[in-house]
Design a protein around this ligand. Structure first.
Ligand code: 13P
Length: 249
């Protein structure tokens, strides 16, 4: 079975009820590749709205979730609350949270574990900074980030994880990774899955690319063997997102 192409739309802290409704309505009425899995991730206050407006074939993801089930954790959102709202996915470990909010590999891994234990699919984000790339430590950095999650998850639980490789230097910069740069890291991630998890995980886990993906560069990237889709930021707010969803058509 080939891996199903996966396109996530991360709205980040953008949009209000009106604009999010119109983005979702635009997706509802577009002709989307029936073989692609599409999951949008609006800001937390609009998760429920997006779930109500979106067609059933469009998934909705939170942008973050907490690792504890409930209690005195002001401002956090639990797995149970997401499930209650019929939100089946969450992002975890986005670089904006790693960098700006100082989330550690271990904390992120605990959140991945809590989300998967609670039945959510996880879009697990990893990636290196420009400094790390320039010092040739890209593979070491993503391996460290992956190893932290591997300490928490059982081998079977990787079936609920989509790995998003998002080089920090490519996010929101217009500086997309070349097809070779993306394929090289994706292949290394798949090799890691085979060695650290299982042959099944290496075959079946979607490894998607994020960082300045646009309707212009998506088709070339989508041809690479180990690129199983995209996590799209800025362009997911625009009608061009439909072209990215359809990049394999
Ligand atoms: P951009 O597509 O805006 O570069 O953002 C990528 C990203 O961070 C998606 O999570």
């Amino acid at each position: 079975m080939p891996r199903q192409f996966f396109i996530g739309g991360n709205f980040k802290m953008n949009g209000v009820a009106d604009s999010i409704t119109s983005i979702v309505n635009n997706l509802n009425s577009a002709k989307l590749d029936p073989n692609a899995e599409v999951v949008i991730s609006p800001p937390a206050p609009y998760l429920s709205l997006a779930r109500q407006v979106a067609n059933d074939n469009i998934g909705v993801a939170a942008q973050n979730v907490f690792d504890k089930p409930n209690g005195a954790f002001t401002g956090e959102i639990s797995v149970e609350q997401l499930q209650d709202l019929k939100i089946n996915w969450t992002l975890v470990g986005h670089s904006e949270r790693r960098v700006l909010l100082k989330e550690s590999d271990e904390f992120i891994a605990k959140k991945v574990k809590a989300a998967v234990d609670g039945g959510l699919g996880v879009i697990f984000c990893i990636g290196e900074t420009l400094e790390e790339r320039e010092s040739n430590s890209t593979i070491a950095v993503v391996t460290r980030q992956l190893n932290a999650a591997a300490k928490e998850l059982s081998k079977e639980q990787w079936a609920k994880v989509v790995i998003a490789y998002e080089p920090v230097w490519a996010i929101g910069t217009g500086k997309v990774a070349t097809t070779e740069q993306a394929q090289e890291v994706h292949a290394a991630i798949r090799k890691w899955l085979g060695e650290a998890i299982s042959a099944e995980a290496a075959d079946n886990t979607r490894v998607i690319y994020g960082g300045s993906v646009s309707e212009k560069n998506c088709r070339e990237l989508a041809k690479e063997n180990d690129v199983d889709g995209f996590l799209v930021g800025g362009a997911s707010l625009k009608p061009a997102f439909v072209d990215i969803v359809n990049s394999r058509l």
